[in-house]
Design a binder for this molecule. Structure first.
Ligand code: SF4
Ligand code: SF4
Length: 110
């Protein structure tokens, strides 16, 4: 008998969380009108304009979202998964930039 388990490749990747800027509308912050769950904690974001906030750490020369825990390519998790902003919800392994992010971190394409 074989047991089938499905493990997302994202759980051992995290490359996209350490490759791109993650910008979203302030209404997705905690207390905001369009917040998922409790909303993104203000302390993990930086203001950009009146209409844009950014996940802290994602605009560094070597980007890495402050909400990412773990080691890229081994085991990672988003510490605000239920509250993560819309760009993170829209990005997955089907996204054309997924393999670009993986390549950036020396990971093989999916
Ligand atoms: S780069 Fe692709 S595989 Fe890696 S975490 Fe992001 S969506 Fe998942
Ligand atoms: S909020 Fe979570 S899913 Fe989005 S970039 Fe940061 S660690 Fe990744």
């Amino acid at each position: 008998m074989s047991e089938e388990t499905t493990v997302s490749p994202c759980q051992s990747c995290g490359a996209c969380c350490a490759s791109f800027r993650v910008d979203f509308h302030p209404a997705e912050l905690a207390g905001g009108r369009f917040a998922w769950g409790q909303g993104v904690p203000h302390s993990l974001s930086v203001p950009v304009t009146a209409c844009i906030v950014r996940m802290a750490g994602t605009d560094r020369a070597a980007p890495r979202c402050v909400a990412l825990d773990g080691e890229i390519g081994l085991a990672v998790r988003c510490t605000i998964y239920a509250e993560r902003p819309s760009p993170c919800r829209e990005f997955d392994t089907e996204h054309s930039a997924c393999n670009r992010a993986r390549q950036r971190h020396g990971l093989p394409p999916l």
